[in-house]
Write a protein that binds this ligand. Sequence first.
Ligand code: ADP
Ligand code: MG
Length: 547
Amino acid sequence: MQTGKIGVTSENLFPIIKKFLYSDHDIFLREIVSNAVDASQKLKTLASKGEYNGDVTNLKVRVKFDKDAKTITVSDNGIGMTAEEIDRYINQIAFSGANEFLEKYKKDANAIIGHFGLGFYSSFMISEKVDIITKSYKEGSQAVKWSCDGTPSYNIENTERDEAGTDIVMHVNSDSEEFLDEHKIGDILEKYCKFLPVPVIYGKKKEWKDGKQVETDEDNQINDTEPAWTKMPADLKDEDYQSFYHRLYPMAEEPLFYIHLNVDYPFNLTGILYFPKIKNNFEVQKNKIQLYSNQVFVTDSVEGIVPEFLTLLHGVIDSPDIPLNVSRSYLQSDSNVKKISSHISKKVADRLAELFKDKRDEFEKKWDDLKIFIEYGMLTDDKFYDRAMKFFLFKNTEDKYFTFEEYEKLIKDTQTDKDKKLVHLYATNKEEQYTFIEAAREKGYDVLVLDDVLAPHLISRFEQKHPDHQFVRVDSDVVENLIKKEDSAKEELSWEQKQELSPVFQAVCPENNKHTFLVDFQDLGETGSPMVITQSEFMRRMKEMSA
Ligand code: ADP
Ligand code: MG
């Protein structure tokens, strides 16, 4: 037996670990399991290079716990370690790494709680002692056992192990006994490990027999080693995307459609984003985008990493290039992250443009559900606005869809005002504004329906971006002042007659904002309505703003 002491300034590891990681103890399992996965992947790499001739078809990670012995054990049959490698990778690098980290982020201590791993040493968050029993894949290697109780002292001694690989045995401390629970461990594995690339086995498969769940002899593999986003889009069918969606969110309704991201330059990023169906009250099902790094779950709070409007979407993003083990505030200011964010936004716009171009019918069918995302994107991301103008659709009262450009052509000859501005007439409520819509159509005007919650904001953005365009509600006074193609039929009532009748109708206007209503005897053509009560567009907007 050999005893050693690691040269670190800190006398005890626990303070470091507890200080940084106390908010999320669950991640110890993610770190230990992903190390076991790495060890398996390394062996595969060696085999593919001809540096290892053994079998690599049966590589597995096994997670077990023993309530009586108070241990959680993660085993793999991967690359293993020699005594010398333990010294190099566990004793030296990790300890000094932890200290370096502490030095670097001392000022930022509170901000980094959460999602960073101290890798192997995060096991000490829940353990009073950790053993490593390992045997290297190299011919004739001696198996070794390393033990450490979190002080800088460790023991290392020779031991027996049949095949190459590693067992990490965590002796759970008295504060952490909650982790010695089948469901607790199962839940953590489901959260962090469900898409790891090497099979992870946890207990035996269960099946229902006579109304009871019984264990079978079959290993229970908790993960899908080849999740949809890691495959090529050409190898996937619609059903595959749907079933993957339900693997992510078992309770969710069918999504509208998906975008498969596959970027390898200037950084690596893959993923599938789903546009969820919106409920009546414009509520989005709150399933969050999940962020992965090499198939390891990292977080589902992606604000600051993906463009804000995409936080409404569902799905998965996987990138080894996003610095995952640091704080949220650091992430948000990271220039790489910013680039990734704007790139995702571009990809989403490109895909939408493509869908619009290739399958306009389908695009139009989905538009009513889709538009809220697009509108939100256009309002919050200027570059996205410019890209989206190619496929943003206006719907008119006849349920026909037009792009901005198409619509411009449609109304160019009929709907201009005195200042030669193009006037877009719109209704916010087809039923309530029925008479006005009919009247406007009677005159040969087209009327849009802009009725969702974001429409008022979008309208001001349109007017700001296109100063020669104006948006006017169909029941406003502006409608009458449009330059018409041909002068309409002459009016039936004289000015004096109108003056006389006005007070009669004014009397029935809503009390609270009488001054904003104008009584007007317009030429309403064949609609059968001799007069209208209109609102000044200006006054209406003023009122909306102050509301
Ligand atoms: P990282 O995984 O980021 O390198 P860790 O602290 O998680 O840092 O692990 C430190 C090192 O210990 C690893 O790089 C690896 O060399 C070694 N190691 C940890 N777990 C295993 C394992 N199960 N099998 C083989 N080597 C391992
Ligand atoms: Mg690690």
